[in-house]
Design a protein around this ligand. Structure first.
Ligand code: SF4
Length: 490
């Protein structure tokens, strides 16, 4: 899935939740991380725990949607026990940093943040610091050595134990307390009680990844792929819908292999979810080109009332030689075949992609092939990353031989191409009507509102606060490379 959280999202609608990129949509995640600061009024949990109730938590999330999901899960578990969430770290009794290992820069930011916390720890006895997520899993012992004042380090497969671990610390357990064992059983957590909006939720349906893309650290931080049974996912979706969720995004590192370990598959899961009352939109990320099947496109077309016509399918490169070195398992031709099948079996489907520029051995000709691939299938948007070596990945053994200046120039050119394509595609929407899920007031113009079209395009339009969480129809009157502008119609 979105594995490369910290890159430049081309034409990425500024605020999107936690995918990759600074600004990354991560609009939410991004270089500075995303602060989790939900509704303070909702804090009085029904299962308040004496060692947790009243704790003021500042939760900072780096990385992909899976990290956002994990943060929401931990926030939900703590909230149930009576913890509250604050937007300012200075006001917190507990700082939680949910970390990302996908890019060196993300790790550096976390290290820098942990370094600065030392003074805060000295100044405020009782102030607790926890590190969770991918860096905790991969670098937990190193973090404990380098930052001994960190109280709690929780790996990716132990997050469901977070409240109990916090209780142990409050009971006087020695710190740093490390919980980074790889458990064979994966706990997907229960209903996520805390979400950034009450009407949208992520739902992890697989954990881990069985691929071995040579640049990627995910298989080593999140372990092998495990799927959540269909009936569990449907039960969770029902709970979320009953709690007011109308848009559900299923998460998996390679969502197309969902259920292979259970004798199920993604399209049967989509069919089962389609029947959940109250849900109006279902999305899923991230698709792997080698794993997409025609049955999926057919199901998306059949279920188009609720399953949105959008996939995020990273290409990474347009050069077969580079794809081979990345061990991606497909060729440029196969990628284009998958796009063609998707578009013919599910008309109107739109595609977002990821690209890495400057991977080991990428020649000028290889890079040109990436540009021509992008020009050929014309993604609606892309996240574009400059390659950087990740410790512990197979690509560490390959030379990082593309000079940084060349990477920057390739990044610039690719971004420019994507921006042109996005603008052209958005202009084609002018005069059409978009069905939009209203998210809230625009960040740049409070007089206008913002939402997402069916293919996740950001749409700005006239509206009012009562529309948040509702589906509205908007006539598109203008377009930029990043968004559509329009007027609401009945
Ligand atoms: S190994 Fe490949 S498929 Fe798996 S998470 Fe990483 S990039 Fe995605």
């Amino acid at each position: 899935m979105k594995h490369e959280p910290l890159a430049t999202p081309a034409a990425a609608p500024a605020p999107e939740r936690g995918i990759e990129g600074p600004g990354q949509d991560p609009d939410h995640c991004g270089l500075e991380g995303t602060v989790y600061a939900p509704d303070a009024a909702a804090l009085a949990g029904s299962r308040a725990h004496p060692l947790i109730a009243g704790t003021k938590v500042h939760l900072l999330t780096y990385g992909c949607q899976m990290n956002v999901y994990d943060s929401e899960m931990v926030a939900g578990l703590l909230g149930e026990r009576g913890a509250g969430f604050v937007a300012e770290p200075e006001a917190a009794d507990l700082l939680i940093v949910n970390t990302c290992s996908v890019r060196a820069h993300a790790e550096d930011r976390v290290y820098s943040r942990l370094g600065r916390i030392k003074f805060e720890k000295r100044r405020r006895p009782g102030f607790l610091v926890a590190v969770m997520g991918c860096m905790a899993q991969k670098e937990g012992e190193r973090i404990a050595e380098r930052f001994p004042y960190v109280d709690l380090i929780v790996g990716t497969r132990q997050l469901h134990r977070f409240p109990q671990l916090l209780e142990r610390i409050r009971e006087g357990a020695p710190t740093p307390l490390l919980a980074i064992d790889e458990t064979p059983d994966v706990n997907f957590g229960e209903t996520v009680a805390r979400r950034e909006t009450p009407f949208q939720a992520y739902l992890a349906v697989t954990r881990g990844c069985n691929k071995r893309c040579t640049f990627c650290v995910v298989p080593y931080t999140r372990g092998p792929e495990v799927s959540r049974p269909v009936e569990d996912v449907v039960a969770e979706a029902r709970r979320l819908a009953a709690d007011g969720v109308v848009e559900l995004t299923l998460l998996g590192q390679t969502i197309d292999t969902y259920g292979y370990d259970l004798g199920a598959n993604l399209w049967t899961l989509l069919r089962a979810l389609h029947g959940v009352e109250g849900l109006k939109r279902i999305r899923f990320i991230t698709s792997h080109p080698e794993e997409c099947r025609d049955d999926l496109w057919r199901a998306m077309a059949d279920l188009g009332g609720k399953v949105m016509p959008f996939i995020h399918m990273p290409a990474q490169s347009g050069s077969n030689a580079v794809l081979r070195r990345m061990a991606r398992g497909y060729t440029r031709e196969r990628y284009l075949d998958v796009v063609a099948s998707a578009r013919s079996l599910c008309p109107g489907i739109e595609i977002a992609s990821d690209w890495i520029v400057g991977f080991s051995g990428e020649s000028d000709a290889d890079f040109e092939r990436s540009l021509t691939l992008m020009e050929t299938f014309r993604p609606q948007m892309s996240y574009i990353f400059k390659y950087s070596v990740r410790e512990g990945t197979p690509a560490q053994r390959l030379p990082d031989d593309v000079p940084d200046e060349v990477k920057k120039e390739r990044h610039r050119r690719m971004l420019e191409l994507q921006e042109r394509i996005s603008l052209e595609l958005n202009r084609e929407r002018v005069g059409q009507v978009e069905e939009v899920l209203v998210e809230g007031p625009s960040k740049t113009d409070p007089a206008r509102f913002t939402g997402r079209g069916r293919a996740r395009r950001l749409v700005h339009f006239s509206g009012d606060a009562a529309l948040a969480g509702k589906l509205v129809r908007v006539e598109v009157t203008g377009a930029t490379g990043l968004s559509l502008l329009g007027e609401r119609i009945e």
